[in-house]
Design a protein around this ligand. Sequence first.
Ligand code: F6R
Length: 609
Amino acid sequence: MCGIIGYIGQKDVVPILVEGLKKLEYRGYDSAGIAVVDENQIHLRRVKGKISDLVKNLKSSAPDGSFGVGHTRWATHGRPSEENAHPHRDCTDSLVVVHNGIIENYLALKKKLLKEKHTFRTETDTEVIAHLVEKHFQSSLEEAVQKAVQEIEGAFAIAAISLQDPGKIVVAKTGPPAVVGLGEGEYFVSSDLNPLLPHTQKIVFLEDGEIAVLDSQGAKFLSFQGKPLKKKEDLITWSPLMIEKRGFKHFMLKEIFEQPQVVRDTLKGRISLDSGKVFLEEIGIPAQALTKIAKVVVIACGTSYHAGLVAKSFIESLVRIPVDVEFASEYRYRDFILDKNTLVIVISQSGETADSLAALRAVKKSGARTLAVCNVVKSSIARVADGVLYTYAGPEIGVAATKTFSAQMAALALLALYLGQVRGTLDEKRSIPLIEDLQRIPHRMEDILNQAQSIEKLAQEFLSFSHFLYLGRDINFPVALEGALKLKEISYIHAEGYPGGEMKHGPIALIDEKMPTMVVVPKDHVYEKMLSNMSEIKTRVGYILAVAFEEDKEIRDKVDRVIPIPSTGPLFTPFLTTLPLQLFAYYIAAKRGADVDQPRNLAKSVTVE
Ligand code: F6R
């Protein structure tokens, strides 16, 4: 939430900051701003609205300069407005700060600073940072930042510039991410890798409690206490092309279509059909330790939580150990019971979600083994967990998660197979057909994507509905939840997901001709049960759309519309049932004119509580 960017080098800074902010816009988009240093002046440009509004503002006269910082905001303290947009200034206008995170003690700090005669101009928590740095400034910006961060409680990644100590950007982080890009005579800071990819692949990931000082000569690193640090450089292999739309109208649509490849990439090199083996030694938790696990707890938020519910079925079925799936935001405050024989899996595509990270940190104290399932290499969650299982979805720009969900399911299916293998609950006879099934999934996904046009046509008929119900059972109940989440978050149509059998305990009261129901009904062991649930809806004049196997002729008389999908073994149906629901939500939202990639009120990476 919120994106920060900074550049120092020889080039014109404004296009670099603006292009960077466009790539960070998924993190927040209610206001934006830049500060550019030219000779001995800081030029500030801030707007309420999106980066496109900032671009319009800069069109008439963009400031010149070769270093500066920028910010795209997702408001927490202070409504979206030009005044509350970052960068924020000190009293003298000679120091600016951009910030991602929340300063928890900002009211107490503000009170103190007001007594010391600092003048505040905004309603934000960030402004206290500018005044704190001003207060502590003697001659070096990094020293002032060091002193300021000692007083701050909360989560922050900040970048500061001062005219009193010119020619440098000082970055400090504890909580939200900050990455430093090392170019040839040019240096960058950003909230994530995406803005850096067109410029450099040499990256340094800042850890909590660290400061980076960037000037035209290079980057140096310090602890909050001022101790010099030697940091490792990483070479990032993501290519800048991965973050282009490539002819698709929206990133979300492009990312939906990337799913077959994403599943292939996530499986690649990790399975052998000949031996029926899965190779996941890379996760960094010894197989011996995995044999002692008596319970699994999965912790995640949103779509990643739904992947966790699917994983529950994978693991319980193949490994025969109980799995609890928990919302990170709830679990972190619970009096949980864990021990060293529990494996805690934290699923997070970004690896930066504040609730998931905090839950992971809390859990680590209990002695439980922790494993992260992340899409972003070296993200905070990946670094804090004992082990990490990466998904290979590439950067996901659309705020609504799609391809990372499929990649998470693929990684978690592998994990379940691997656990079954090392614990001896899964022999070759059972694992080979499962691996075969898994390998065929991308191909079947392509079949579904090839009929996207018919889903688009179907979506056209449902643009004016205000409510939807999504039903599924067993492993397809999380798919129903995910389908409902996609629809509500991008089209703003109210949608709820329910297990089919729960309908009669309340939600059936909602059924009428204005409330269509989407049922996820592959031919599995709960198929007949779903048919009964559907018949209960039909009796009450409800309209039913069904995602069902194409060979299932029986379903056609029982529902109003069918979205056919190829068949697969029961355990892996969610890979296929999810796709039509993503497409259905996408086309409805796009046709209603919604801002599909950047839905209102949302941000992709939720780095605040
Ligand atoms: C929904 C969506 C969110 C995220 C959630 C967790 O489309 O994208 O619900 O799934 O914010 O994010 P990660 O996986 O980054 O922890």
